[in-house]
Write a protein that binds this ligand. Structure first.
Ligand SMILES: CC(C)(COP(=O)(O)OP(=O)(O)OC[C@H]1O[C@@H](n2cnc3c(N)ncnc32)[C@H](O)[C@@H]1OP(=O)(O)O)[C@@H](O)C(=O)NCCC(=O)NCCS
Length: 169
């Protein structure tokens, strides 16, 4: 569990289910990540226990407003030379009503601080559609710098890398 000035980062709980469904089925949230998931199908596929390593539920006053993830994923582009499992990848999804308040910045900063304490010296990768300006703005604020742009899923993608030595002041 990680506490920040305004937020609590914790494991997902049963009470988060409606907010998680909302998050993954929201057309606004899905705009640059392949579209919203069909609600009924998603509800059926959502496990009762959503806990897994690297998944942080972002809690504001007891309610889930988003998630931050740290995964080690397969590379999606041929130009992405990273070997699967070699580098952690940051992801973030927040409910639209929580946008524009700095919550994503606050939560991701805390996760990256936690990561660098847990695995000192390791870098983190992040991929997002180039058109997703809010996401690139957030990544840049967090200290990610562009590594490459590539085509995947029918759109141009931006890949950035964060390294603990390159963190913003
Ligand atoms: C990407 C996403 C998380 C960004 O959320 P966001 O709310 O815009 O991000 P931030 O936390 O950076 O907050 C943005 C604004 O809050 C404002 N803000 C208000 N109060 C603030 C505070 N106390 N502290 C910091 N910023 C504050 C800032 O002005 C900031 O705007 P700026 O970047 O122009 O300076 C959000 O758009 C989202 O969930 N999108 C859908 C999912 C998605 O596409 N994810 C990316 C997949 S790779």
């Amino acid at each position: 569990m990680i506490a920040t000035e305004r937020l609590l980062l914790r494991e997902p709980e049963g009470k988060d289910r409606p907010a998680l469904v909302e998050l993954f089925t929201s057309p606004e949230v899905g705009t640059y990540i392949g579209g919203p998931r069909p609600r009924q199908e998603f509800e059926r596929s959502l496990p009762e226990d959503n806990r897994r390593p690297g998944l942080f539920a972002v809690d504001l006053h007891g309610a889930l407003i988003g998630i931050v993830t740290l995964d080690r994923l397969e590379p999606v582009s041929k130009s992405c030379v990273r070997v699967a499992g070699e580098e952690a990848t940051l992801g973030y999804l927040f409910l639209p009503e929580a946008w524009g308040c700095g919550y994503a910045t606050e939560a991701c900063t805390a996760v990256l601080n936690w990561f660098t304490t847990a695995l000192p010296g390791e870098s983190v990768s992040l991929s997002t559609q180039t058109a997703n300006s809010a996401s690139i703005r957030l990544a840049t604020k967090l200290g990610f710098t562009e590594v490459e742009r590539y085509e995947a899923y029918g759109a141009e993608q931006w890949r950035g890398r964060w390294s603990p030595t390159r963190r913003p002041a």
